[in-house]
Structure formats: structure tokens, C-alpha cells
Write a protein that binds this ligand. Structure first.
Ligand SMILES: [Zn+2]
Length: 272
């Protein structure tokens, strides 16, 4: 079972806005179309059985509509696990979280601190941590919020109070906190519910060693950032091969850990 646990889906208007923004910085290097149907097709074309479909909110007030869309439209593709997103500035965040995670049944959350311009330590996120922890819904978080795609050590540290207060809440640090990777590994040794994904930051693959992955069995996930990555599927393949993992370790990285955290999309689970 191969799962890409970092793929982005948005309603059309937002998908096109994100693409216009990234396209301007990429010299047309993005190969896959940005709309939901394009993303769903490319997951399969790249040889994955399933993917976590992660939206994100660039400002308060966007998440509600995006989450409703995710539950209605993304679930039409049985191999996509529909995700939710939130922004600390959302009005009635507790209600919004309950709607998305309890009523709509969305099973993974993405927070993007860089795009949304907020910190993981924002106290207004408390209702999200509470509910996600109670339901064991994993939260993928891009913790860096100051510059481009980078995450600094103190931005990784902003997760410490959350990890301390919610020892059962699975948090997946996007891009393994690149370039603050050694800080991420330190926190992973302190907090068992901290996971990390190997999603590249634009053209930079995550420089993590096979030894680090071995040190934390079942705690790393594969992510491509499709459709917003200029890297080719072959680049990701080469990166993984160079890690020198055992078959078991590679299975965990490419799907086992994702299944352990969020299960399979229902249609796939039913067909097994
Ligand atoms: Zn991403």
C-alpha cells in the first residue's frame, strides 16, 4: 500500500489562485494540473494507492467553505483521504472543528503557518488540539511562518506546549521542519506522538539520513507536495532509494505509518 501523505487539494478558485502565485515563482516548472480531478489522477499516475488530500487556509474565514467542499467533493475520489484546515483567526473555531471532525468525519488536518501567517503556539488553536486529540485525528503542520518554506528552530519549538499538553495527539511536522531538522529529531525523541514527513521544500529534498529514519520506526511519512512541487516523481524515488532502508522501513515510510495514523479512505478499506 503506497500512500502519499502530503498532497494539496482546493476548490477550483483557490487552486487556481495558489497555482498563479506559485507559477509566478516557478518558471512554469509545475507539471501537474492544480484542479481536484488533475490531482486525483496524478496520485494514481504516480503509482500511489491513496493520498492525504490537504487543503490550507490563507486567512480567517476560508476554512469553513473549504472543509464543506472537501467532505463533498474530495470524497468522490475513493483513493483520496479528505482533509480539513483551520485558521486561528476563524470565528467560532470550536464549532468549526466539531463540524469538520465530528459531523463531516474529515480524518486529517493541515495547518499552514507560513501561508496563514500564524504561529503553532497561537492560543486560539486550543479547541483544535482538544478535539483532534480526543478523536486521534493527525494534524500535519507547516510550522515555519517567517520566511518562504523554511522552518526555524524556534518555530519547531512552538509545538512544545502543544505536544506536552496533548501526549496522544499525532502531530506530523511537514518537511521534517527543514532546515531545522536536528531540532525536529530532538523533539521526536522527547515526544512519541511527533511524526515528520519527507515532503521536499520546493527544489530541496529533505536531507535526512536512513539512520535517523531507523531511529524512529514508524514515525516518518512520504510526501510529494503534488501538484505544487517542481520535482519529478523519479527524484523522490531516487531520494528514497539513497536512504538504504530495509523493505519494512520503506513500507512504513511509503504508507504503513500513514495507515496507522489515519486509516485508509473508506472505499479502499471496504474493498480489502
Ligand atoms: Zn505542502
Amino acid at each position: 500500500m503506497r500512500i502519499d501523505s502530503h498532497v494539496h487539494t482546493f476548490p477550483d478558485r483557490l487552486a487556481l489562485a495558489v497555482r498563479a502565485h506559485l507559477g509566478a515563482n516557478s518558471n512554469g516548472a509545475l507539471l501537474d494540473g492544480p484542479l481536484l480531478a488533475d490531482v486525483a489522477a496524478s496520485v494514481q499516475a504516480r503509482g500511489f494507492d491513496a493520498a492525504w488530500a490537504l487543503p490550507y487556509a490563507h486567512r480567517p474565514g476560508v476554512a469553513q467553505g473549504v472543509n464543506e467542499w472537501s467532505a463533498l467533493e474530495v470524497t468522490r475520489y475513493p483513493w483520496l483521504l479528505a482533509g480539513a484546515t483551520f485558521h486561528p483567526g476563524d470565528a467560532n473555531l470550536a464549532e468549526l472543528v466539531g463540524r469538520a471532525l465530528r459531523e463531516l468525519g474529515l480524518r486529517v488536518v493541515k495547518l499552514h503557518c507560513a501561508v496563514g501567517q500564524f504561529s503553532a503556539a497561537d492560543p486560539r488553536l486550543a479547541p483544535l488540539w482538544e478535539t483532534a486529540s480526543a478523536l486521534r485525528v493527525p494534524i500535519v503542520i507547516h510550522a515555519g511562518h517567517r520566511s518562504g518554506g523554511a522552518t526555524e528552530e524556534d518555530e519547531v519549538d512552538e509545538l512544545i506546549p502543544v505536544l506536552s499538553a496533548h501526549p496522544d495527539l499525532p502531530i506530523v511536522l511537514a518537511h521534517s521542519g527543514y532546515p531545522a531538522i536536528s531540532r525536529t529529531l530532538e523533539l521526536m525523541s522527547r515526544f512519541e506522538c511527533l511524526y515528520a514527513d519527507l515532503t521536499p521544500v520546493w527544489l530541496s529534498p529533505i536531507p535526512i539520513t536512513g539512520a535517523s529514519i531507523r531511529r524512529f520506526p514508524g514515525r516518518f511519512l512520504f510526501g510529494s507536495d503534488a501538484p505544487n512541487s517542481p520535482l519529478l516523481p523519479q527524484d523522490a524515488q531516487n531520494h528514497i532509494q539513497a536512504l538504504g532502508l530495509t523493505e519494512r522501513e520503506e513500507e512504513n515510510l511509503l504508507g504503513g505509518t500513514a495507515v496507522a495514523l489515519a486509516g485508509l479512505p473508506t472505499a479502499i478499506a471496504d474493498s480489502i
